[in-house]
Design a protein around this ligand. Sequence first.
Ligand SMILES: Cc1cc2nc3c(=O)[nH]c(=O)nc-3n(C[C@H](O)[C@H](O)[C@H](O)COP(=O)(O)OP(=O)(O)OC[C@H]3O[C@@H](n4cnc5c(N)ncnc54)[C@H](O)[C@@H]3O)c2cc1C
Length: 305
Amino acid sequence: MRTILLWMARNPWLRDRVPRLAFVRRAVRRFMPGEDVADALKAADALMASGQGILFTRLGENLTSIAEADVVAAHYHDVLDEGRSRDRPIEISVKPTQLGLDIDREATFAHCDRLATHAAEVGSWFWLDMEGSPYVDPTIELYERLRATHDNVGICLQAYLRRTAVDVRRLLAIRPAIRLVKGAYDEPAAIAYRRKAEVDASYQTVAVAIAEAARDGNARLGLGTHDVELVRRIATFAEAAGVPREKLEVHMLYGIRAPELRRLQKEGFPAFTLVAYGEFWYPWYMRRLAERPANVIFALRQILP
Ligand SMILES: Cc1cc2nc3c(=O)[nH]c(=O)nc-3n(C[C@H](O)[C@H](O)[C@H](O)COP(=O)(O)OP(=O)(O)OC[C@H]3O[C@@H](n4cnc5c(N)ncnc54)[C@H](O)[C@@H]3O)c2cc1C
């Protein structure tokens, strides 16, 4: 089921047609407050009022012209300005291909550089999402370049990739901010762990290593997962190593396990919700269904009156 859903996520014919189906549009509301930034801001305000940090991501990937990247960057500058009027800044999390990584790496770097500068001015952070495996090297290179001149930049790394432990060791030298996720793409066994037990073990090892660096003020760690049991296991190991709980941020996606995130927040873990919005939600939504095929039943139920 996961493989089929991830194939559907990549299929251009389905990408053009499925988002027009009313029942799918209703189902996507579970993970997305709406297509407009105004919908995302409304959801963010409610979450911020409860003390959560917020990350924004505008959905869309793999642009065809660099002019489209200019529009995306302008949008994120507006989001950073919006954050000024709030008690806490809105952090932004961007796919490098949305800023033109496939087309022009220098232009992409220039956009990231300006966004990171603007984020610093408003006390916010600029995060790079991680996409499929062909993008890992260029995204890490982009991050290293940005990190050379910015303190407020973070990168997402995927625990299912066999290379990630080595990438983390290399990045720890530059005092990184890392959001660790399990990984959402369909990667071959040659480069990725495929069994949940292996992915979880990789996640735990890498997370504890970053947590120890965070304890010494040499990293920021975001546990980007809804796997609360795994968060608790990591917390046990990290706390034994003297890592204070406030160094173990938990980042979850809007609409998924929100009560569990609130519980962790009450226990002293800094909690962040990543709010996604925008018109181009189809591949992103299909990846969410692939993570938990039971969500397909929820989507199909939307056909009923
Ligand atoms: C803040 C954040 C940012 C992310 N950024 C990226 C990124 O840049 N690149 C990338 O490749 N991936 C990204 N991801 C997705 C990630 O890689 C996983 O695909 C996703 O988080 C599912 O794995 P899990 O860690 O929640 O663990 P799982 O083992 O898949 O799930 C743990 C439990 O969480 C619940 N759960 C998980 N997913 C869902 C869902 N969709 N619906 C309902 N319940 C669910 C289930 O109850 C499940 O038992 C991000 C995830 C988060 C939370």
